[in-house]
Design a protein around this ligand. Structure first.
Ligand code: SF4
Length: 342
């Protein structure tokens, strides 16, 4: 069982203390005797404790920087949403294949932004620009937002904010089960709450520092009872000895947890495991003992943007994987909706 995240070290950007959330977080960490340091900008966060890169990387994942989001221009987030809404970056989890390892480079610490009001105002402008079209915002492009929300309640605020809008929709995905404070949020059906699920084997060996499968399933049950539109991202789909049985069990357990009416309209996003050469290098550095299969010879090369191609499963394995999982979903969730397989 993974306990809800509590940082070992917290940095504050001085301006963050001018915001109610900044002040609240400051008191919270001070009362818990957590080491607090100050920094004029997160870029100055250096000299984290640790004797080598390996230790400093682990320390960074236990370090929280409380600051302001300066860029209020949102990135696009196709295909699942129009925009990425930035409430936090970084994550305390240690999933071996996490894409943040390459995108965050040498800044793997977690940042939370206290100027939530300004971020939401910016979202409002994006919605107005697109009116009368619906605008979807993805809150988990650069972090696992649920993983720190028990500390900040920013996500809860955003859920309630979008609950009141007609043209805004919020979505996010998580591997964490600390959802209790979100259950009474007035979501008004405007937020799609997705869980990242996988076969028990994959979670056990490749996703340390995140909630275990049974905890995620239980959390999904609570979220369904709270009336949220629910979704599952099955990713990365990974072929291991006994994968058919492993994934079957996953769908069986999910189905057993959810009431029949809650199964209607559940969305599924399916993503097979892939890696790039740069990602492989980082994974081998950060998780040298990993048993994750990263052998280019066993994969198929797919050209990608900026000349960085990825290694995905060979066609035959891909087809078998896709057919098997589609079949499980049709069996256990006939009223579910498969959004894509990639
Ligand atoms: Fe990365 Fe998600 Fe794992 Fe966090 S929980 S380390 S964001 S894959």
């Amino acid at each position: 069982m993974v306990r809800p995240f509590m940082p070992q070290l917290v940095y504050f950007e001085p301006k963050a203390l001018e915001y109610p959330l900044g002040e609240e977080l400051f008191k919270k960490f001070r009362d818990k005797d957590i080491e607090i340091r100050y920094t004029t900008s997160h870029n100055q966060v250096r000299n984290l404790p640790g004797e080598n890169d390996f230790q400093r990387y682990r320390m960074a994942k236990s370090t929280l920087v409380v600051g302001l989001r300066k860029t209020l221009k949102f990135d696009t987030s196709k295909p699942s949403a129009e925009y990425a809404i930035p409430f936090a970056t970084g994550c305390m989890g240690h999933c071996h294949y996490c894409y943040l390892q390459t995108t965050m480079g040498n800044k793997p610490y977690i940042r939370t932004y206290v100027n939530v009001e300004e971020i939401l105002e910016s979202a409002q402008q994006y919605m107005e620009e697109r009116a009368p079209e619906i605008t979807r915002f993805e809150a988990s492009c650069t972090s696992d937002i649920v993983g720190i929300d028990h500390l900040t309640h920013t996500l809860k605020r955003a859920i309630e904010y979008f609950g009141k809008t007609d043209l805004g929709r919020l979505r996010f995905v998580t591997k964490f089960n600390n959802v209790d404070h979100l259950l009474d949020a007035k979501h008004n059906g405007r937020t799609r709450f997705r869980f990242s699920m996988n076969a028990d084997y994959v979670i056990k060996y490749f996703e340390p520092g995140t909630s275990r499968l049974h905890e995620r399933i239980e959390a999904a049950g609570k979220v369904a009872k709270a009336g949220y539109p629910l979704g599952f991202i099955i990713a990365p789909i990974y072929l291991f000895d006994g994968w058919q049985e492993g994934y079957k069990k996953l769908f069986e357990q999910l189905s057993a947890e959810l009431a029949e009416d809650a199964k209607e309209g559940i969305t599924f996003e399916l993503i097979q495991h892939r890696f790039t050469k740069p990602a492989k290098r980082v994974i081998e550095k950060n998780y040298p003992m990993t048993k994750l299969e990263l052998d280019e010879e066993k994969r198929r090369y797919k050209w990608g943007k900026y000349g960085i191609g990825k290694y995905i499963y060979p066609k035959e394995e891909e087809t078998e994987m896709k057919d098997t999982l589609f079949n499980y979903i049709q069996t256990y969730f006939p009223k579910g909706k498969i959004e894509y397989f990639t």
